[in-house]
Design a protein around this ligand. Sequence first.
Ligand code: NI
Length: 138
Amino acid sequence: MGTARFGVSMPEDLMRAFDRQIEGKGYGTRSEALRDIIRGYLVEAQWETSAAPVVGTVTVVYDHETRELTQALTDLQHHCHGEIVCSTHIHLDSHNCLEVIVLKGTVAQVQAVADRIIATRGVKHGKLVCTTTGRGLL
Ligand code: NI
């Protein structure tokens, strides 16, 4: 595969802010940072339009002392066992739990299960990260 070069015009302030950001993240060059950003953008677009099965991880933090919350999350995961590949539970401190749940299915299925998990009453923070194998992109 060949390499293409292109010029980019942008305000100087924007470029300086970008350079500071990527330096802090350890990128050696702007090109390397731009390639990663473009791949991320394309993976996201592919995920949104994919008809093929996709994968995602939901990370949630919750207080295990919140009444019936642990049971509600367990019930939900049993109910959605077709989409849930596995989950990991970490006891963060004496109150808080972190759970990472790996999901697989159509975009609509993964999004729906993630929404239900994150919307469960008592979940303090939750986020779905979507990914693909990046076939054809990476
Ligand atoms: Ni716990």
